[in-house]
Design a protein. Structure first.
Length: 176
């Protein structure tokens, strides 16, 4: 049991590192920087590690991106809401489209609406309530499309299931 937790933590650390390294691959849209790789990582975390790890990864990635100057404060509500909803919907729905929809809705609608008070009160930006929903949706769409292709393939190949020890079969016994 402890071995699985260490593996999950190691995988979470690697995914956070990928999110940091890929953070320059962002698209500035208004006051936000849209980072599609972050959404891809949110889906990976939500599907393979669960909602708790996904939210933790989104928080740490957002924090480090802000400390390095490659992110904005708007990264927190967008990425964390998307990761949480993605992980919860996948955990209870057990279908990948639920995870994808959770990331899209959680990031764009919930995260976009929660970004409004941060933008107006903390960042001093004059924006409308729904001004972040469309940019966040565009950003999360890019990451969700990447995830739909790669996560579906990884799930079929049982890549992370083997690594995390979620399979009773040995890796060499799986048909390819």
């Amino acid at each position: 049991m402890k071995n699985v937790n260490v593996r999950k933590l190691a995988l979470a650390g690697i995914l956070v590192a990928v999110g940091i390294v890929c953070s320059p691959l962002s698209i500035p849209v208004g006051a936000s920087k849209c980072a599609p790789i972050q959404h891809f990582i949110n889906i990976l975390g939500g599907v393979f590690l669960g909602p708790g790890y996904a939210v933790g990864m989104a928080f740490v990635t957002s924090l480090l991106r802000n400390l390095m100057g490659t992110g904005t404060l708007l990264a927190f509500p967008g990425s964390m809401c998307g990761a949480l909803l993605c992980g919860i919907l996948y955990r209870y729905g057990k279908h990948l489209p639920f995870a994808y929809g959770g990331e899209l809705f959680g990031t764009s609608v919930i995260g976009g609406l929660l970004s409004y008070p941060i933008a107006t009160l903390i960042m001093g930006s004059q924006t409308a309530v729904f001004s972040f929903v469309i940019p966040f949706f565009v950003s999360s769409c890019g990451g969700t499309i990447i995830a739909a292709v790669l996560v579906t393939t990884m799930k079929k190949m049982k890549v992370f299931d083997i690594y995390l020890g979620n399979l009773s079969a040995e890796p060499h016994k799986i048909k390819r």
